[in-house]
Design a protein around this ligand. Structure first.
Ligand code: FNR
Length: 181
């Protein structure tokens, strides 16, 4: 059965390596996964006071997540943890109390960095936050994409063959994972 997958990218910059890898994950995903990139850069910073009359950006975002079956996080590491923009999106989706749109979704996380450690700290901090929000996260395979600049072809957009194989296999595992729920 087809599944709707929301893809959240933790970087807001235009030439983001993470966005490039997210686009490749979308390209390489099995056809039963209906992948949709969901933008998070326009979300006002979470403030509990605003939930009395929430901004349209929040309600639109919450609706998109609510209508998805699963979430794929693709993120850099900022100062060894989750980039603020992505944490904000996680927080926005988690509120108001009892109305979290994350509940009932499954998920996976891919972290990407030009550094050697592939965003390990961010990867595990994203897991920590969303496990609390009741998103069962795929455990294997893990995806810490380090030295990402060495994995792109000359077009600067697509990945080299061994990375393509890894990302395709990752998405096949993710398809199996989301079909468990
Ligand atoms: C970074 N970067 C970074 N890299 C890393 O591997 N571990 C880290 O802790 C950090 N910390 C960090 C903090 C801040 C504020 C910035 C802006 C950057 C470098 C980061 O991996 C690099 O800029 C990536 O290119 C960011 O991902 P995108 O934007 O290319 O997707």
């Amino acid at each position: 059965m087809d599944k709707k997958i929301a893809v959240l990218v933790g970087s807001l910059r235009k030439e983001s390596f993470n966005r490039k890898i997210a686009n490749e994950l979308i390209r390489l995903a099995p056809k039963t996964l209906k992948m949709e990139m969901v933008e998070i850069g326009n979300l006002p910073l979470y403030n509990e006071d605003l939930d009395i009359n929430p901004p349209k950006e929040w309600t639109d975002f919450r609706e998109i997540i609510q209508n998805s079956d699963a979430i794929l996080f693709v993120s850099p590491e900022y100062n060894r943890t989750i980039p603020g923009g992505l944490k904000n999106a996680i927080d926005v989706g988690s509120r108001p109390p009892g109305k979290s749109v994350w509940k009932g979704k499954s998920g996976a996380v891919v972290t990407v960095s030009p550094g050697a450690t592939g965003g390990l700290g961010s990867n595990h901090n994203i897991r920590q936050a969303v496990v609390f929000l009741d998103i069962p996260m795929m455990q294997q395979p893990e995806a810490y994409i380090g030295k990402v600049h060495e994995l792109l072809r000359e077009d600067g957009k697509t990945v080299i063959e061994k990375t393509e194989t890894f990302l395709r296999d990752y998405m096949l595992a993710f398809e199996k994972w989301v079909n468990l729920f």
